[in-house]
Write a protein that binds this ligand. Structure first.
Ligand code: ASP
Length: 356
């Protein structure tokens, strides 16, 4: 091997080591759309020893995931980068900021036409919602995962990845914002929710249904094009303000709310009973927190429906915002982004969530 080639290999190796990324090209038909797969881990990249039900998330590389999907090279020119190798229960601000910046960079420079993110299903809806609120691009960004690891009988990862690339590469996905694709269905980031602990049909959009479907013939959308809000700015450091979720239940006292304030929470989201409700003691503690400048959003632990203002709780007087259709985990992310951008007044928080 010549010295020049050896030097070139060394430089490429160094770049890979520095960026932690690996690029693969699964197709060389340059007429196909260019899709970059950003791999983060999850069960879709999970591997078990065979036999038992146990497995470890985030073990299979992006390159191997793509290689296991027959026909994916007929859909797009694919490149791939390994952003992290974690179960999404460990998803964190550092990976979120890396994803957001890398996606805006790739799509802003025109290096790809669309992005697919492979991700664990546990917090997929949170990453989707975060990205939907911060990305500058309106090109397709599709999150995909699986409920069964790659080594399982009838693993669902390959089919889901095929469908995600198909959706991302489709013209009809442009302007649709951040999407989640699993099990033939396409969901919007704001509406989608994991609803079953183990079933492959786990992602639903409880209040409005999926925005579209992927089938062998086509990618089709069944809901109108969404309007796009201005993205929130991200702080320079990969860290968002502390916002805690307090889960309501029968026989609830004020301790969980007071503890959150003591720990320095800048915001508290109530995962309330019913229409975002809680005991008198918890509501009084939340009102006290709001008086001290803590952002308080009432959401619901129920899983579908809307949390409305001023029904059983006097939000106007107590200084609360309500989450409407946002579940507690998404209301938490919105509160973090608002606080990071200096928005803490309850009326402004409510405007940002929306009104009915
Ligand atoms: N714990 C896994 C994760 O979220 C579960 C999955 O991917 O389905 O990474």
């Amino acid at each position: 091997m010549s010295h020049r080639i050896k030097d070139l290999i060394a430089i490429v190796g160094l770049v890979v080591a520095l960026t932690g990324s690996e690029r693969v090209l699964a197709a060389d038909d340059t007429s196909l759309p260019r899709v970059t797969v950003l791999a983060t881990g999850g069960t879709i990249a999970g591997s078990g020893s065979g036999g038992g039900i146990g497995y470890q998330a985030g073990k299979v590389s992006a390159q191997d995931l793509i290689g296991a999907v027959p026909g994916i090279d007929k859909l797009a020119q694919i490149s791939a980068e390994q952003v992290s190798s974690i179960g999404s229960q460990d998803m964190n601000d550092t990976v979120w900021f890396t994803l957001a910046r890398r996606i805006d960079d790739i799509l802003g420079k025109g290096e790809a036409d669309a992005i697919v993110i492979t991700h664990g299903t546990d917090t997929m809806e949170e990453t989707a919602f975060f990205l939907a609120n911060v990305l500058k691009t309106d090109r397709p960004v599709v999150l995909v995962g699986s409920m069964r690891p790659s080594t399982a009988i009838s693993a669902d990862g390959p089919a889901n990845l095929f469908e995600a690339v198909k959706a991302a590469a489709s013209d009809s996905a442009k302007g649709r914002g951040v999407l989640v694709v699993l099990n033939d269905t396409i969901h919007a980031a704001r509406a989608v929710q994991k609803t079953n602990t183990t079933s492959v049909q786990t992602f639903l959009s409880p209040n409005g249904g999926p925005v579209g479907f992927v089938d062998p013939a086509s990618v089709g959308f069944v809901q109108p094009m969404p309007s796009r809000a201005k993205p929130y700015a991200l702080p320079a450091e990969p860290s968002l303000p502390r916002v805690e979720i307090v889960y309501a239940h029968a026989n609830m006292d004020a301790a969980a709310v007071e503890d959150a304030v003591k720990r320095g929470a800048k915001g508290i989201v109530l995962a309330g009973v019913g229409d975002g409700n809680a005991s008198k003691a918890a509501i009084a503690a939340l009102a006290n927190a709001a008086k001290q400048g803590v952002v308080v959003i009432r959401a619901s632990r129920v899983g579908s429906g809307f949390v409305n203002r001023n029904v059983e709780v006097d939000d106007d007087t107590l200084g609360f915002a309500v989450s409407l259709d946002l579940n507690p985990q998404k209301a938490r992310i919105l509160a973090q982004l608002l606080i990071a951008n200096g928005v803490t007044d309850p009326r402004a928080v409510q405007e940002a969530v929306g009104r009915r």
